[in-house]
Design a protein around this ligand. Sequence first.
Ligand code: PMP
Length: 390
Amino acid sequence: MAVYLDNNATTSMSSDVLDAMMPFLTDRYQNVSSAAGEVSGLRRALSQARTRVATLLDVADSAECVFTSGATEANNWAIEGTARNGNGVGHVVTTAIEHPSVLESVRRLEQESGWSVSVVKPDYSGVITVEDILKVIRPETKLVSVMLVNNETGILQPVGAISRAVKAIAPTTTFHTDATQALGKIGVSLSGELETVDLLSLSAHKFHGPKGVGVLVVRAGTNIAPLLVGGGQESGRRSGTTNMPGVVGCGAAAIAARLWESHRGPVQAMRDRFEEILTSQFPSVLIFGRDQDRLPNTSCFALPGCDGNSIADRLALENIWVGTGSACSAGALRPPHSLLAMGIPYSTASAALRVSLSRYSSNSDIDQLINALSIIACNATTATRREVGR
Ligand code: PMP
């Protein structure tokens, strides 16, 4: 049996989700947009899934939740859709710790459409501050995109405070947050703390739903052009035949994600126990974000002198799954960019590993990881890494 400790990369689909999806993968395969979509109940199933997602996010009007193929599409759409909303070329603000689906989309605007871009770095503790965002806001700033939780470190970002501060000085600026890593792990409320957020992305496979389905929440009054045009599905905002199994699975996963509070304690206790054993066995270990507000399920750490990728590869041979956060570019591996942005030295960031738990994780998984690490870690040196781009 695999020891799966890489839940920020993806999660297992829960049996409830699979049960909810099954009819739509078999007998109920018809197109929801067909004439019979209404009488067959398909349209009701679609609207029920949308309401479930809206309820998870405290959104009163479920029509604001638009289904996409995942968070990559939702992030690309938030950025490109705002850029193409008819208000001309402008300035966009984002952060150095965003997922590549935000960073590369912003780079494309800069290179191909002449937008100016400000990429704000976190402080040494991994947090993007309100002050650093406000410093770069200009009269022509049309979009600000700051993630709610970083996928590599699990560190929470003060998005509510940042969006309120941005709106106070630039009320017409669109504010986007990538909340992909937050759902099912912490509370996310677009009627509470995140009330001033205009656009929010999420992805079902990060909270025990299926892959290939996500949502962009578009709050009423937000000016955003569609990215995908054609059949006019999703009220003309996102064309393409509706992925009914995916959408229904996303809705079912949203019901369970609302129970995040009941999983928080046990998951955090497992993570904290892991970190205690880790520090006692490897006194030189560095744990990133340990003193910060961070996800209860995530531990990002480095064993100095070791190479994160070679340790992960050797653990994989034992069927133990952990994350390295490395991006593969032209066949060469780079350490997690969020750690580099925090000012962590390249050699330390190269040693980073990420353990991310779910409600299905157990202390026995952690014990197996610790045992394997004790054998492997001392033999994995930095010699195997090809350093690039430095
Ligand atoms: N944003 C964040 C923060 C993520 O962690 C991920 C997935 N790694 C994505 C966006 C992309 O999500 P998807 O797999 O649904 O395209």
